[in-house]
Design a protein around this ligand. Structure first.
Ligand SMILES: *Cc1c(COP(=O)(O)O)cnc(C)c1O
Length: 400
């Protein structure tokens, strides 16, 4: 017998749960792209997207996933032969670096490993060593979804300023937007990268850029641009079609309108607080399970540097893989694989997993996942400390 039937829960860090309200908003016949509801709706998106990121800057939306949004950023920031400094704190930092290198950008990589945040001191040192100011931009993930580290973006800006270096600061907030606090202008970010399918609760298909005036001015002559990725006509658009360099992503835009309504109805600060509380609930369970079981541990030790959107954890090989399979088969919940913590061919690969808690997620969903995980550990004989569910329930009780 399996207890998996009923509403399934995909608890992987993207695509995230899509609210029924978003699905319903997208359920319509093809809209006119020359007038009517679509252009009227889109006109209301721009101010709310600025509010979401905490910026007065420009916004461009591409029909693309996150990898496409990286290319949008790369194409506008750089010219052939320019130098970039990438701070890697997990698989996604390396991914962005690879995407840059493939376009002929010279990449300096500061690798902070898989379980610690980027160190502003090392950034400042690297920038001071660049006497000729050849580094055009510093790039990093806000939350690296593979390691579940959350980098301190304001500290990176402070390091740039302390070094007196003019490089632009570009941040991948694909996993964190709508989950973790983001204050683009206050933190001195020049370019912010987002995508629709994580905290924004819309299907994959929209890649978003938020662009400072400084980045627009500094990148006026960048020569990696192609007509599609060029942000200039998009941010200067005076006709609806110019925003898209072709047909608009019609249904996604209605979905995005609905998801932004949901976020601002709850209140952005409350949305961040909900994610923080749910994250602490997950951490509490893992702390109890790991008591006396060194095989079970969260990937990021420093609580201040843990993401609120996703939690990566070690369970020991092959326990993590076996538990993931059991949960999918027996409980109707799918957890994320341990991405970039080991190669799929290595036995260690089976020792990591990720629990997503991004977007349309609440206390009963997270408590349900944790209870199903503990049931799976019981069923599979995976050693774990007692009291994980009590600790999780207490974390929720303290918040509510
Ligand atoms: C998901 C993710 C990406 C990649 O997005 P895709 O839509 O899968 O291309 C990039 N960066 C971060 C931080 C992510 O979480």
């Amino acid at each position: 017998m399996s207890l998996a039937n009923g509403r399934r829960y995909l608890a992987i860090p993207g695509p995230a749960v899509i609210p029924d309200r978003v699905l319903a908003a997208m359920h319509r016949s093809a809209p006119d792209i020359y007038g009517g509801a679509l252009p009227e709706t889109v006109a209301t998106l721009w101010p709310d997207l600025r509010r979401l990121a905490g910026t007065q800057g420009h916004v461009a939306i591409y029909i693309a996933n996150g990898h496409g949004a990286w290319e949008a950023a790369n194409s506008n920031l750089f010219s052939r032969g320019d130098r970039a400094l990438v701070l890697a704190t997990g698989r996604f930092g390396h991914g962005w670096a690879e995407s840059l290198a493939s376009r002929g950008v010279a990449v300096d990589l500061l690798d902070f490993g898989r379980s610690t945040a980027a160190d502003p001191g090392r950034l400042e040192e690297a920038l001071r060593a660049d006497h000729m100011h050849r580094i055009r931009a510093v790039l990093l993930s806000h939350v690296d979804t593979a390691s579940s580290v959350r980098n301190d973006i304001a500290a990176m800006r402070a390091a740039l300023d302390a070094a007196g270096h003019p490089a632009l600061l570009a941040v991948d907030a694909i996993a964190s937007l709508g989950c973790d606090e983001m204050r683009m202008d206050e933190w001195g970010v020049d370019l912010l990268v987002g995508a629709s399918q994580k905290g924004l609760m819309v299907p994959p298909g929209l890649g978003l850029l938020w662009i400072s005036d400084r980045a627009v001015a500094r990148c006026a002559e960048s020569d990696l641009r192609t007509p599609y990725w060029d942000w200039r006509p998009r941010i200067a658009a005076h006709e609806f079609w110019m925003h898209w360099n072709g047909t608009a992503p019609t249904h996604h835009l209605f979905g995005l309108r609905e998801s932004l309504d949901m976020i601002f109805e709850e209140g952005l600060v409350m949305v961040w607080a909900r994610h923080a509380a749910l994250a602490r609930t997950v951490w509490a369970a893992f702390a109890a399970w790991g008591e006396g079981n060194p095989d079970i541990a969260l990937n990021i030790e420093d609580t201040a540097r843990r993401a609120h959107a996703v939690t990566a954890a070690r369970l020991g090989a092959p326990h993590a893989s076996r538990l993931r399979e059991w949960l999918e088969r027996e409980a109707g919940v799918t957890l994320g694989i341990g991405l970039g913590m080991a190669a799929p061919s290595e036995p260690a690969w089976h020792g990591f997993l990720r629990v997503a808690h991004m977007g349309h997620v609440n206390a009963h969903m997270v408590l349900g996942v944790l209870a199903a995980m503990q049931a799976g550990m019981e069923a599979l004989g995976i050693p774990h400390g007692p009291g994980g569910l009590e600790a999780a329930a207490r974390a929720v009780a303290r918040t509510a």
